[in-house]
Design a protein around this ligand. Structure first.
Ligand code: ATP
Length: 305
């Protein structure tokens, strides 16, 4: 089990999920089934993945003062996520996502930040001391960018490992990338950040070099069912994932990131850490929902047997 500490900074969302045969087109109404509201948000998903997989993890985040926010804090504790830096914002709802899942397990998502928009530098400052005892900081882009930039700089200056999952996709300043140790974009995010469409291993190699030129040490481009492309001090390679029948790929990337961070904190090699993350993410895509789909440590270990 991990002894080095992980800090995750990011979003908490209530995911409203509806299963549909195919996504509604503009002006179209489609009938769905299986409506449910489940815990989600990239920050929360990644922290819960790390917690369920055995990491010593703290979450820096904001929830609303609604029932969902209260339930989330209790759920984090059950999943082993420390919540001392989760702030409840008065008179504000918890962040929400409206998610359609189609018959192929693909998703289409609209989000509203709500309480997540309050994760600003002045709110995070009292929790900066968490970084002192941490080894790794893991962040995404569903919360204000200015806070991500400040946290990356503080962590980099303190010689911490900074993992950035640049999702949802948006252009980023070079000054932020210079403070990132490991970047974990999917193919879409890679294209938006580097201008390179990833169709081949050669394309992934070129995109990775764009990140390296901006100061990122290690690049892990996730390729969905195709696994992941890795570029680090050992060279470049594709690490193949596991073949499963997908039910819902929501949060596959989040499970991958939480698991990758957990495995690296346990001193696994990059190759072994990516394989561990592939296994956790593969299990999650066979199940519906974000946090309900995240496997436990035992489930991942059994998956390898
Ligand atoms: P999402 O936005 O759906 O959360 P993502 O686009 O951020 O995911 P992907 O590259 O699609 O990230 O997937 C991340 C990881 O999840 C992959 O590297 C792989 O380990 C796993 N994964 C995703 N889809 C599948 C699949 N169909 N079968 C097996 N593993 C999968």
């Amino acid at each position: 089990m991990a002894t080095k500490k992980l800090v995750v900074l990011g979003s908490v969302n209530a995911d409203h999920i509806l299963q549909v045969e195919s996504f509604p087109r503009p002006g179209e109404t489609v009938s769905g089934h299986g409506y449910r509201v489940v815990p989600g948000g990239k920050g929360a998903n990644q922290a819960v993945a790390a917690g369920r997989l055995g990491a010593d993890v703290s979450l820096i985040a904001c929830v609303g003062d609604d029932d969902f926010g209260k339930r989330m804090i209790n759920a984090f504790v059950k999943d082993g996520v420390q919540t001392g830096a989760v702030t409840t914002i008065p008179n504000t709802p918890t962040g929400i996502a409206i998610i359609y899942v189609d018959a192929n397990g693909e998703n289409s998502i609209g989000i509203s930040a709500e309480a997540n928009a309050h994760l600003l530098p002045e709110l995070v400052e009292p929790h900066l001391s968490l970084l002192n005892s941490a080894h790794t900081l893991l962040m995404q882009l569903e919360t204000p960018l200015i806070t991500v930039e400040i946290m990356a700089k503080a962590a980099h200056l303190a010689n911490k490992v900074v993992i950035l999952n640049p999702a949802p996709a948006r252009p980023l300043p070079d000054s932020l990338l210079a403070n990132v140790t490991i970047i974990t974009p999917n193919e879409t995010e890679t294209e938006i950040l580097t201008g390179i469409t990833v169709k081949t291993e050669e394309d992934a190699h070129k995109a990775a070099n764009v990140f390296h030129a901006k100061g990122v040490d290690k690049v892990v481009i996730t390729l969905g069912a195709g696994g992941a492309f890795v570029s680090d001090e050992s060279g470049t390679r594709i690490i193949t994932g596991f073949t499963v029948s997908p039910t819902d790929t929501t949060a596959a990337g989040d499970v991958f990131n939480g698991a990758l961070a957990t495995a690296l904190l346990e001193n696994k090699t990059m190759n072994d850490a990516v394989l561990f993350a592939h296994a956790a993410a593969a299990i999650s895509v066979t199940r519906l929902g974000a946090q309900p789909s995240i496997p436990t440590r035992k489930e991942v270990e059994d998956f390898f047997v």
